[in-house]
Design a protein around this ligand. Structure first.
Ligand code: ZN
Length: 212
């Protein structure tokens, strides 16, 4: 007990699944758990959060860190937090307080934004790296989906190398550097199509910052 566990990595690296696996183990050990997720993540339903492989779990939707306190009854022993990067930076103090009180916190979240820079908490200069220094961290890796030519063929296949980056594409083109940090992937948001791809270091294209 009394530990902050952080599971991080790019989009679709399996971090939510890993958090759920650990939460299930806590439940098997008869620990009382509560799972939270920020509502800003519009990809997911409100009452349950689902990971990319569709395992569902009950999570309490919160808008900001303050809301988590409201739902924490004293008997809770383990706190799970999905998509932690979408919260405000008060989540750092929250996690430290919880472990000081003897609770276990298991959080998962993306470490790098679509620019390949640390994912900042909402309206803050602080980022998930500021949480990492207090945590026992596991960084998971996805597989690069960049299309490469198949050997001696006209067909293309996934690169499939280990991917640590999340590429944002808007209408199939590289998202500009000043695109908002949080932009939910969708088939039709207004008129443009926002997609995310896991990319390896070789195939991740870093958006160029605007010249000052
Ligand atoms: Zn690649």
């Amino acid at each position: 007990m009394s530990i902050l566990e952080l599971i991080t990595g790019s989009m679709s690296c399996g971090k939510t699944e890993e958090m759920l696996r650990r939460i299930h183990n806590e439940q098997k050990a008869r620990k009382k758990v509560r799972i939270f997720k920020p509502v800003i993540d519009g990809c997911y339903s409100v009452s349950t959060a689902s990971s990319h492989n569709r395992s569902e779990f009950s999570a309490i939707s919160v808008v900001e860190t303050r809301d988590i306190y409201k739902h924490l009854v004293p008997s809770v022993e383990v706190v799970g937090i999905a998509e932690v990067q979408f919260l405000d930076d008060k989540i750092i103090d929250f996690c430290l307080e919880q472990i000081a009180q003897g609770r276990k916190v298991i959080a998962s979240g993306i470490n790098l934004d679509f620019r390949g820079e640390p994912f900042h908490f909402r309206n803050s200069q602080r980022h998930i790296g500021d949480l990492m220094v207090y945590a026992v961290t596991q960084t998971l890796r996805a597989r690069c989906v960049y299309q490469v030519k198949k050997y001696r063929s006209r067909k293309t296949i996934n690169c499939d190398a280990e991917a640590d980056y999340t590429q944002r594409l808007i209408d199939g083109k590289l998202a500009p550097y000043d695109s908002p940090t949080i932009l939910v992937g969708s088939k039709k948001s207004d008129s443009s199509k926002v997609e995310y791809e896991a990319r390896c270091a070789r195939h991740f294209e870093r958006p160029k910052p605007p010249k000052k």
